[in-house]
Design a protein around this ligand. Structure first.
Ligand code: HEM
Length: 198
């Protein structure tokens, strides 16, 4: 399992990820808001489809086609939601992001934390952040794949599109952790870079 999920047994891992990213990013064109036409996109759902396409592509050699069909292929998401034991459904509150490491303004978007801090501080921040993948016996086997995805996908999205949250008062509907994080109703308006909303 380690070799499969870490991508070590997968030939052309990077190309495979690139292909899935293209299937994710390309169709976002359909949601571009131009003029008075408003076509919001549920980014939470699309990101879920992308993740599942990458994982099924790695595991079975062929993506199940969540993005291609723009649907919950084989009702996987529905089944997981319905069948996970109640205990798993209990919300796990993510602990406050640790003012001790990131400072009192931990919730504020501040990329300079990673650019201007001393090397020692950056290492401490990185080690703290890595807890997201767990440690030891239960650590995430897909860490390398996930990082490759994340390093590529935002570049591909943000070089083409601009995203604005539809309802800044309530940016996401629900944010649950059922063995995996799931974000629901993350509605965004998409504009092509260089074009403004009228
Ligand atoms: C940012 C994305 C991801 C995060 C934050 C993440 C996080 C985690 C965490 C915290 C666990 C341990 C769960 C537990 O406590 O039992 C885990 C397990 C696992 N993850 Fe991930 N994961 C991510 C992406 C992926 C991807 C893309 C794959 C597959 C390609 C993957 C495959 C796995 C597997 C197979 C396990 C089970 C390991 C085992 O129990 O032996 N993960 N992940």
């Amino acid at each position: 399992m380690v070799a499969g999920y870490s991508g070590k047994e997968v030939e052309n891992l990077e190309r495979l990820i690139d292909q899935n990213i293209a299937v994710f990013v390309g169709p976002i064109d359909k949601y571009v808001t131009a003029g008075s036409e408003f076509k919001p996109l549920d980014f939470g759902r699309k990101a879920q489809y992308f993740t599942l396409d990458v994982i099924t592509n790695l595991a079975y050699g062929k993506a199940f086609g969540y993005l291609a069909t723009d649907s919950d292929a084989y009702d996987y998401i529905k089944t997981v939601e319905e069948t996970l034991p109640a205990a798993m459904m209990a919300r796990k509150e993510v602990p406050a992001s640790g003012g001790a490491v990131f400072g009192e303004d931990a919730d504020v978007f501040g990329p300079e934390r990673w650019l201007d801090s001393p090397l020692e501080k950056i290492r401490e921040q990185e080690k703290t952040l890595e807890i997201i993948f767990a440690f030891g016996k239960y650590q995430c086997l897909g860490r390398n794949v996930a990082l490759m995805d994340l390093n590529k996908v935002f570049v591909e999205l943000f070089r083409r599109f601009d995203f604005s949250v539809v309802d800044p008062q309530k940016p996401i509907g629900n944010n649950t952790c059922m063995a995996t994080f799931a974000i629901y109703n993350f509605w965004v308006a998409v504009t092509r870079l260089g074009e403004g909303l009228l």
